[in-house]
Design a protein around this ligand. Sequence first.
Ligand SMILES: NC(=O)c1ccc[n+]([C@@H]2O[C@H](COP(=O)([O-])OP(=O)(O)OC[C@H]3O[C@@H](n4cnc5c(N)ncnc54)[C@H](O)[C@@H]3O)[C@@H](O)[C@H]2O)c1
Ligand SMILES: C[N+](C)(C)CC=O
Length: 487
Amino acid sequence: MKKMFINGEWVEATSGDTREIINPYNQAVIATVSEGDKQDAKNAIAAAREAFDNKEWAAIPAAERGKVVHEIARLIERDREELAELESLDTGKTVEESRGDMDDIAGVFRYFAEMADKDGGEIIESPIPNSTSRVVHEPVGVCGQITPWNYPLLQASWKLAPALAAGNTLVMKPSEITPLTSIKVFELMEEAGVPAGVVNLVLGPGNSVGAELSVNDDVDLISFTGGIETGKRIMQAASSNVKNLALELGGKNPNIVFADADFETAVDQAMNAVFFHAGQICSAGTRLLVEESIHDDFVEALVNRVKTIKLGSGFDESTQMGPLISGDHLNKVINYVENGKQEGATVAVGGRRPEDPELQNGFFYLPTVLTDCTTDMGVVQDEGFGPVITVEKFTTEEEAVRLANDSIYGLSGGVFTNDIAKAERCVAKMRMGTVWINDVNLYFPQAPWGGYKQSGIGRELGKTGLEEYQETKHIFRNLKPEPVNWF
Ligand SMILES: NC(=O)c1ccc[n+]([C@@H]2O[C@H](COP(=O)([O-])OP(=O)(O)OC[C@H]3O[C@@H](n4cnc5c(N)ncnc54)[C@H](O)[C@@H]3O)[C@@H](O)[C@H]2O)c1
Ligand SMILES: C[N+](C)(C)CC=O
């Protein structure tokens, strides 16, 4: 049985409860893990608080912290194949995708390891005679980190690496249904020499473990990646002690294709945008906006290619798309498409479960293209989080941008055109945290990631990704102290 990591020890849940972890490809039990609750969260928070207050981690030279974070990256690279296979077992995504994730994850640890000792603070020109003024950055304190099931270790790495590099202590709660790679990376952090109490892992449900992390007064910062409704609950709970808050929430991401775009590239990328990991990506380009003059040809080409997507086991090299994460999630996607049909959308391809007998034990749904969609439909506005793309038409540049912005979300968006001036005009007006010109779904450690509007608060990755884990302190020094004699 897999355990939790609290104060440098691998421990079972205080209640003794356990949970079975299921492979979404065939519903086989792949592991049994401890199922923690509020008490375990409290124990972990206490350990992290003590480790922070004792300055075991924050006080060591930043360069030394950087070395430990580099070592974590090295161990991830060493165990890349094991981690990739675990991630695919747990999520159903192809091993090829998981290998790519592991490379990205090692890169994220290396990026923040490099940044650990690069911050020398800032000298401010003081307007007061005989004084100095400077700004320094310090760790925030105890960080609660809550992650989703779609990119379990990737999303964890965006939180773990900067928190450690900046000198914080932390308690992480991964999604209860995909904890395996997080458990493994805590083993690697222990091996890398992170001191006891600095990193703590509590497994278990959101409404107990996650809720405790969000509300507990000993937690100074809560960083959450997941759905909007959970994000709102966490934001409310975090007000208990006015925690620092970082929210990476959902998206319903438009992808605008102009008639002058390279046709084959735009069709190809429209597919990449939405069918990787069966569309279970926050930044999936699930809203396709196509210029009217090429709409019919574009849809025909898209549908023809979508029909060839091969579904199957993530461990089969010929598989292009795996299953959805769970039976519950499959039902949500089924209902989402059925609602779309009732609103007037037409199923151009897909729109049901596959009939292949080999896929019946897995949570598979066919890649789906819905046409005749308009911006007011629920299926266009709501995040379906499945392999479903809706197609809308536009006739002018202004209309394309207006439709793209007509959303409560603002995570990402794309523009395909060979007119670069037009592309730049569009992205300047698009209210999203990331916009791609003639590409989709790219992210890397150097560039910030996060959402406008209800897609979130704050930014992970890049310089801002480290700053989220830092407090800023202004230090003023009087070089000639003497009485002021005001009173
Ligand atoms: N913006 C991004 O970078 C990004 C990245 C990945 C996923 N996402 C979003 O995540 C969602 C899918 O993930 P999910 O279904 O795991 O999301 P979710 O909100 O259901 O769960 C996310 C995490 O929150 C925990 N949780 C649930 N209820 C909680 C509560 N009351 N208090 C504290 N924690 C609680 C869960 O246990 C899980 O660990 C999608 O909306 C997707 O867009 C966003
Ligand atoms: C942030 N990203 C794109 C890695 C995963 C979103 O679900």
